[in-house]
Design a protein. Structure first.
Length: 323
């Protein structure tokens, strides 16, 4: 595996509330190899988006980093000043957010969004040079450059999402965090976007953290997959190995829940139970109340990651407690 451009080490993100502390991310460990796409999957509420935001130190108070490291190109971002993080955001690490209407200024034309993004990092480009780069990029995203003079509300939802993707790419960052980037796209535009993202990855040696519910996109685009449950990365590995032979019972349940294209299933598999309360999670392994293979040790102790042949899994079936 390539040397990681980003390494999350025992990262924890907590939100204090009147009812207790929400452990949105709990000692998550994940490496992003340089130039690769890592898919981050899991049920809603498992902490995927919070983990993505934390990399850029965008978790809003009262939430915050409670422990661990975010090592990007050899530097721990947890220790960076806010002024240093402003220089990193956009230029070295960019994020494509889920909802473009909450990220785009409705009173500002689209070209100004791009120009302000470029100007904020003082790269010395003239306006003409900047506009040439902007027009080339939006055309590659399937949007006529003439639409740059319009306002966000004049575009469809899918076009707004592509503008958000363009804003993430415009400064040629080293790492892109894409949070459900195809959420507003139809299947044809989605296929075009995936092809484009793959081309840009090769052209600029991009590393991409792809946060999504769509296992099809992960299977098509990702090199590696990380599975998140209750704020923790419970399994990680090569995309082909993980899809062919999922190790963690939660990963097995997720993949079994996908409809079979052969339509030879008598019924669709569903996992029993619900994700745990992150204020008061179950003792031991947080998945044990839903796990069909739970053992006594799962109710007593938290499993630690077992790594072998590029696969990492947090489960007693493969480490301490294994038969």
């Amino acid at each position: 595996m390539n040397d990681p451009i980003l390494s999350l080490q025992e990262l924890s993100i907590h939100y204090p509330t009147f009812d207790g502390t929400v452990k949105a991310v709990d000692r998550a460990t994940l490496d992003l190899p340089t130039g690769k796409v890592v898919g981050l999957v899991g049920e809603s509420g498992c902490g995927k988006s919070t983990l993505g935001l934390s990399i850029l130190r965008l978790v809003r108070p009262p939430g915050g980093i409670a422990g661990g490291k975010i090592v990007f190109e050899g530097e721990d971002l947890v220790k960076k000043k806010e002024s240093d993080m402003r220089a990193i955001r956009g230029s070295r690490i960019a994020m494509v957010f889920q909802d473009p209407m909450t990220s785009l200024n409705p009173l500002v034309r689209l070209d100004r969004h791009f120009l302000e993004t470029i100007a904020s990092h003082g790269n010395g480009m003239s306006k003409d040079q900047a506009m040439e780069r902007i027009e080339t990029l939006v055309e590659r995203l399937g949007i006529s450059h003439s639409r740059l003079h319009e306002f966000p509300h004049q575009l469809s939802g899918g076009m707004r999402q592509r503008i958000m993707i363009g804003l993430g790419l415009i400064l040629h960052p080293r790492l892109i965090i894409a949070d459900e980037p195809t959420n507003s796209l139809d299947v044809i535009v989605e296929a075009h976007f995936l092809d484009l993202l793959n081309d840009l990855k090769e052209e600029y040696n991009l590393t991409i953290l792809l946060i999504t519910h769509n296992m099809g996109i992960v299977a098509e685009l990702a090199d590696r997959v990380a599975v998140m449950y209750a704020g923790t990365i419970v399994e990680e590995g090569d995309v082909f190995d993980l899809f062919k032979n999922p190790l963690h019972p939660y990963t097995q349940g997720l993949l079994a829940s996908i409809p079979n294209i052969k339509l030879d299933q008598s019924s669709l598999y569903t996992m029993s139970g619900s994700p745990p309360n992150l204020i008061d999670p179950p003792a031991g392994c947080s998945f044990h109340p839903r796990c069909p293979r739970a053992m006594d040790i799962c109710r007593q102790k938290e499993p630690r990651g077992i790594t072998e042949n590029g696969r990492r899994v947090e489960c007693f079936l493969y480490g301490e407690g294994a038969a």
